[in-house]
Design a protein. Structure first.
Length: 317
């Protein structure tokens, strides 16, 4: 937060306190006594995540990951290759939208049905912005695409709100699906992930990724690099929130990113590495690009070594 003097309020930077203000021969006498107000920069510390508050970031692991919780497992055999605080229950931010997509897909609702963004879809939890203004009309399929690829919150909320029985019925369906999959550490209270009360563990999320990967539409939409939709007379271009989908050295079959301050940076992926189909979960990473860095660390470890011989110590919370 920047607190500036009157000069700054008029678009001028105030003179630093140690700099002398030159006198002007034509200036009024009173200008000789200029009251200088030093600008003060107040640094507001970032809100700690739940993982930081729980001390999970102090957990050491052999790969030096920046995520406080992580899990890597073989999709076909369920063999755990790497585990770090994988049972810790944490907010999952927009990873929530993966379950939103599963419920919408398995309900077999018509993807060509037009949905309208309403005031109810506006974020009152985090007051985040959106390019989908109230009144925007898109098909359910377009909403699903934007929710998975660009993590569009209003699109995800509209998907839940338009579910038969409304939003409450949709959230109930999300939790019922989690129970059916054996995700005992998981609960949902809304379909976007903006609420920190949407929580899960890395172990449960690996189960969700495996279930979501069974649906071709979720695989395709979540890994789409970019997508354009017509909103009125305008064409809006959206891009994938995961930089790795545009990296030709990666073979990603499904992905979803997430972020709110309580959850840190999160990422789940299904990818082919060293001839194996692997599921990777990274939760509560502190830096903006650190979840991507963690994925690259895992890839390097898998490609350059024998995972069965170099399994990192299994740590649980």
């Amino acid at each position: 937060m920047l607190c500036a003097g009157a000069a700054a309020a008029n678009g001028e930077a105030p003179a630093p306190a140690h700099v002398k203000v030159a006198k002007s021969a034509t200036a009024p006498v009173r200008a000789r006594h200029v009251k200088r107000v030093a600008s003060v920069v107040r640094v507001v510390p970032a809100k700690p995540s739940f993982g930081q508050l729980a001390g999970l970031h102090s957990t050491h692991d052999a790969l030096d990951l920046k995520s406080s919780a992580a899990l890597v497992l073989d999709q076909d055999t369920d063999e755990v290759l790497f585990s770090k605080n994988s049972q810790a229950v944490l907010p999952i931010a927009s990873l929530t939208k993966l379950m939103t997509a599963v419920v919408v897909t398995e309900a077999q609702l018509p993807l060509d049905e037009t949905l309208t963004v309403s005031q109810d879809d506006v974020d009152t939890e985090k007051h985040s912005g959106s390019r989908l203004k109230v009144g925007t009309q898109l098909t359910r399929g377009e909403m699903l695409h934007l929710a998975l690829m660009s993590s569009e919150n209003r699109a995800a909320h509209a998907l839940g709100r338009s579910y038969p029985g409304g939003l409450d019925a949709f959230v109930a369906a999300m939790n019922q699906k989690a129970q059916a999959l054996g995700m005992a550490d998981t609960q949902y209270v809304e379909p976007t992930g903006l609420s920190s009360r949407n929580q899960s563990s890395a172990r449960d999320l690996a189960t969700l990724v495996k279930a979501a990967h069974e649906h071709q539409i979720i695989r395709e939409l979540s890994t789409s690099p970019q997508y354009q939709v017509a909103v009125g007379k305008r064409q809006l271009q959206f891009r994938n929130t995961n930089l790795l989908v545009r990296n030709p050295t990666w073979d990603i079959g499904l992905q979803k990113t997430g972020y709110i301050s309580e959850a840190g940076r999160c990422l789940v992926m299904q990818a082919q590495l060293a001839g194996r189909k692997l599921i990777m979960v990274f939760l509560d990473s502190a830096g903006k690009y650190s979840r991507i860095g963690d994925a690259e660390r895992v890839r390097k470890w898998v490609n350059e070594s024998s995972p069965t011989a170099l399994v990192a110590p299994k740590v649980t919370s």
